[in-house]
Every structure is written in structure tokens, then in C-alpha cells.
Unconditional design. Sequence first.
Length: 233
Amino acid sequence: MRTCCASVAGPDNRTRGVPKQDAAMVRRLASGLLLVVCDGLGSRSESANGARQACCAVKAAFTTSPPPRDDALCETVHRNWVRRVTAESAEAAATTCLFSYVDAGGNATVAQLGDGLILCRSQGRFTNLTPERSGFSNQTLALSGVFTGGEWLVHRCALEEPGDGIIMMTDGISEDIDHRRLEEFFEEIRNQTFSRRSPAMGRWLTHQLHEWPTPGHSDDKSIAAVFWENEDD
């Protein structure tokens, strides 16, 4: 499987010297591949730490033995996160959380809490796994002090054909993409990933996020992707 990952501070945070409130992770585990992107809520004082700890909380959920059952996975992530940020700081550390785990056979578990976007091509079929947001634009679901299982979106899919893959991104990217061209965006990231070795792809992707073309863009930006790779690729 080929992967890429990048996370950069937005122009506003860089200008003000504010820590990046996004976090992203790609990790090869003994049993598969894990990707996480998180976006700490800008209005919360400890959101940068909340996003970083959310990445660690997801990793911890997939490295426990035995791993959590499917119906307990998101609750385990939440419990791990609260333990890391402490219950007293949970509201101040609120963050979105998107993750994908792909085993060696290409079977994927994909989950999302809050804003952002998850794109998937499974068995040759492209899908936007994130539903249209409802409610006011300044409201988002996030990891906080209380676990609400119904707020998580969980999908399962299989990566097994050439072109299959998963891309996850925070809303600093997703809100600027023309949603009529999501499949085109997916293809561009995949093509770039296969045309470069991993370190070069990371540098290219980081440069693209720093030079984001949308006028007046200000938000942090994070993206992580995995693509199925045939043995003869």
C-alpha cells in the first residue's frame, strides 16, 4: 500500500505564532496501516494538544491486545483520549477525529467524528463517505468530555482493485474543494503518490498546502491517504 500525509499551520496561525491545531498521523502497525487526521476546535484553549492526543488515542486503540470489538472501537478511542487530556481539560481540548485502518488484505474500517472529508474508492467505485453537513456552519461534533456513539460515522470497505484508496482531510482543505470535482481531486492525489517515493510525496504535498490557491485561505490543513498497490506495481 502507498501512503502520503501532510499537515501545515494556516496563514493566520503562522502570522500570530499560534500552534497548529491540526494533527495527522500515518503508522504501519504489525497487523495493518493506520491513518488519522484531527482538527482541534479553534475556540478551545487546548485544542492543539487535543488533536495530537486524538491521534495517539486512535493508535492506542489499534495496538491493544486483543483489539476492541467493532461496536466498542469509537468508545475506546474516546476513553483513551480523555485519559490523555484528562477529564478536567476535555472540553478545552475538543477536536474532530477521522481515522482509517486497513489490514494486510485491504479490509478497511473508516470512522469520522465532526468536520472534514473522507473520500474512498472501493472495488473500483468512488464514494464520498462524508454526508452533507446539517445545522449552523459554526457547529461541529468533536471529541469532548462525554461519549456519544451515535455521533460517529463508521464505514467498512475493501481496497482490492487498482485505483482503490482512501483520502481523509480536515475542513481547511475540504471546504475549498469544488465537490463536483472530488473524484478528480482523488485521482490527482493518487497519481502524484504513485509517481513519487514517500519522502518526496510528503514534501510535494506539504508545498501544495502551504501554497494553497484559494484566495484568503487561513485555516490549518491536514491530509492523509492510502492507496492499494498491486504486487507488480
